[in-house]
Design a protein around this ligand. Structure first.
Ligand code: GCW
Length: 708
């Protein structure tokens, strides 16, 4: 029987149990938007600047900004922040659109901020100190809000602020390779976020969380479906589902785009052709666009993969890429939509694959309609751990270009390998094109950036804790392609792991060396595409039996008893000639090309003396060893951070680093075993021989590979 005298004891015990039970699991679900309380005394200093909220802007995005400020500030300062109609004390945070009385009083000018920029200024209003977030648009206010919160999250001062910022590129997009059956092509973070079966009736909470995370890093567009597209997405039933997503994303400033299948007029329109010059086809697309805009007035437009890897396209009707793109552009133009037309094409079997996109698209410069953007992968081949920049950047002065990068790590070890890609993208964005000016860089040639998303239904969104950093870095670099990847890593580390200086410095150090480590243990010195067939996981430099030449790793490594690497100079494919003369000269010369692109551009004898003094054969092996050593060092470094990190996320990362260590060895050993079978050279003294014979590595099949 229940004895009431026991009650206080029971309550006390329950309280003890509650206190001892862990708080909500630290599974990484909150991303970089954690908003845990800042420690005192810093918190008190911030509190002096944040006593109340005065919102002088209305509309869905302004409301989202207001709710985010409330949520973020009350979390970070561990107190609720009241909203007021007017400033009535020191420390107000004011959110105001251009033309509002507050901004007029303060003479705060918003000219130059464009439609997405913001200003944040410390001010005195009605005798009270205040911090003002100002913009020309609600979207600008949203970005200003996240910028202010980020300052507190990263422990920066709020004193005497006078900040202005606006994005350099107007389109900052995530491309989802999500199929309608829930499978994500090259996705390593679970299934697709979009639950097509339950939409539009059920709108999952995650959709707005997703859009909110994008808003926090300035991403303003999302292509919902795979570029290997199903025409079904354009049917009325699916468009109603798409509308539900668009409605959910809108308050966070994210517009929806769709991948369109070029042959949709045949598949779902009942036409006999998809010829872009056929009148019925043109009419069909116009009507389709009208239908979409009736449902989604701010629909962004179409992304197209045409005549690439078996996808249909205008060349099926002997029309050019420009004719195909312009037909869709005509349909979207009355509504303000754009066509993102991908330049990822390779079809000819007797040509260097690295030359194909340039050869096909460069002659079309000037032929595209004004609302077409040509979307070019960062490198000339395909999202490898390292490639030189695509020669199309700077080569199409009359065509807006988007740079497409792959956030999901298809060729960099999937989700278990820690590789911070900010450094890779910075390297590409800052590469000198010398077009049109001697000092021009890739970033100068861009109108947009698109990142192939790494999001999925995993609790941590991206497949690993550290893969979140790549989503984050993509957004920040798309906002400012001249930003420093180190500064972005630091920002992310502070927001995600904590502000302790030792923790921050260590995490940033790991991140900054991580991508080079992957290059070293997978494809050192400019090698590329040595991954297993189809899945692209694990080493397979020996593969030579694929139907098309350029599907075989041997096509890329060209290793033989004389040497290794792809001659892309005048004695070979002459791909170097696609670059501006000063760049071409640098790449073409063995002495100036540099280690990073050596084997990308040259077939080099095994005994070639490297700048280190070693012959190439020895240097190559040293690079594999360096890659393995860096991963081991990362694992040790991470172990030293145990006291700074919550147990769940600590363990996730430690486990993955262990897998990465095993797989780095697998890559090293399998690659060296194969090169040795071709070079017939002995291993340098003191070098650890591969653990197994080559036959063993060849016999492994995915997913039996070590660590799987
Ligand atoms: O890297 C390759 C991928 C394909 C992808 C293709 C592309 C969507 O292996 O999975 O298809 O690129 O970018 O179109």
């Amino acid at each position: 029987m229940f004895d009431s005298a026991q009650l206080p004891k029971i309550v006390a015990m329950a309280l003890i149990l509650l206190a001892a039970s862990p708080a909500a699991a630290e599974d990484g679900h909150r991303l970089w938007l954690r908003y845990d309380p800042v420690e005192t005394p810093l918190r008190q200093r911030y509190a002096a600047h944040v006593s109340e909220l005065v919102i002088d802007a209305h509309g869905p995005m302004a409301n989202a900004a207001a709710s985010e400020l409330k949520r973020g500030l009350s979390g970070l300062l561990a107190q609720s922040i009241p909203a007021r109609a007017q400033v009535d004390r020191d420390g107000a945070v004011i959110v105001a659109l251009a033309g509002s009385p507050e901004l007029r009083l303060l003479h705060l000018r918003t000219s130059g901020l464009g439609t997405e920029g913001y200003a944040i200024r410390s001010a005195t209003l009605d005798g009270h100190t205040a911090t003002v977030i100002a913009a020309n648009s609600e979207r600008g206010l949203l970005y200003g809000t996240f910028a202010l919160l980020r300052r507190i999250q990263t422990h920066q001062s709020l004193v005497q602020l006078n900040l202005r910022d606006a994005p350099a590129l107007s389109l900052r997009m995530l491309d989802h390779w999500d199929n309608l059956n829930g499978f994500v092509e090259r996705g390593y973070a679970g299934k697709s976020l979009w639950d097509w079966g339950a939409l539009p009736q059920h709108v999952d909470r995650r959709y707005s969380d997703y859009a909110r995370a994008n808003a926090s890093i300035g991403v303003n567009g999302a292509v919902l479906n795979n570029v290997n597209a199903s025409a079904q997405i354009l049917t009325p039933a699916y468009l109603r589902k798409v509308k539900a997503l668009a409605d959910t994303f809108r308050p966070w400033g994210v517009r929806v785009y769709l991948s369109a299948r070029f042959s949709a007029p045949i598949e779902i329109g009942g036409l006999k052709t998809a010829d872009p010059l056929n009148l019925a086809v043109r009419r069909w697309w116009r009507a389709k666009a009208d239908d979409i805009y009736r449902l989604i007035p701010d629909f962004g437009g179409f992304l197209i993969k045409a005549n690439s890897e078996g996808q249909p396209g205008p060349q099926d009707y002997h029309r050019s890429h420009a004719e195909g793109a312009n037909m869709l552009a005509d349909a979207l133009r009355p509504h303000g939509g754009v066509v993102l037309w991908r330049a990822f094409v390779y079809a000819s079997s007797d040509k260097d694959r690295a030359k194909e996109a340039y050869d096909e698209f460069k002659p079309l410069d000037g032929e595209f309609a004004r609302n077409v953007i040509v979307q070019v992968k960062n490198g000339p081949v395909d999202f490898q751990p390292r490639e030189p920049f695509s020669p199309l950047f700077g080569a199409m002065p009359h065509t807006p270009l988007a740079m497409e990068v792959e956030i999901t790590k298809e060729y960099l070890g999937f989700n278990t390998h820690l590789a911070y890609l900010g450094t890779m993208w910075e390297e590409v964005l800052k590469s000198r094109t010398a077009r049109p000016n001697p000092a021009s860089i890739v970033a100068d040639s861009l109108s947009a950036m698109a990142g192939v998303a790494n999001t999925g239904t995993d609790r941590n969104w991206s497949g690993s804790q550290f893969d979140q950093a790549n989503w984050y870095a993509f957004g920040r670099l798309a906002w400012n392609p001249r930003a420093s990847s180190r500064a972005i890593a630091e920002e992310w580390a502070r927001m995600t792991w904590g502000n302790d200086p030792r923790l921050v410095a260590t995490v940033v150090r790991m991140m900054m060396s991580s991508r080079q480590a992957v290059v070293d243990y997978m494809t050192p010195l400019g090698l590329a595409h040595q991954m297993g067939t189809g899945h692209h996981y694990g080493p397979a430099p020996w593969v030579d039996d694929q139907q098309r030449a350029e599907w075989n790793p041997v096509y890329y490594n060209r290793a033989d008893s004389n040497g290794i690497g792809f001659d892309r100079t005048a004695t070979g494919s002459n791909a170097v000639a696609q670059y501006a003369p000063p760049i071409a000269m640098r790449f073409a010369n063995l002495r100036t090309v540099g280690d990073d692109y050596l084997l990308w551009f040259h077939h080099v004898p095994w005994d070639f003396p490297m700048p280190s003094g070693k012959p190439l054969w020895h240097e190559l092996i040293a690079r594999y060893d360096r890659g393995v050593a860096t991963v081991d060092a990362m694992a040790q470094t991470w172990a030293s951070l145990q006291a700074y990190v919550d147990p769940e996320r600590f363990q996730d990362t430690a486990d993955y680093l262990r897998i990465q260590g095993q797989e780095a060895r697998w890559w090293r050993d399998a690659s060296i075993a194969y090169w040795q079978s071709v070079s017939h050279l002995p291993l340098p003294a003191g070098v650890r021989p591969p653990e197994h014979a080559l036959a063993y590595y060849k016999s492994l099949s995915f997913p039996e590979a070590p660590g799987q």
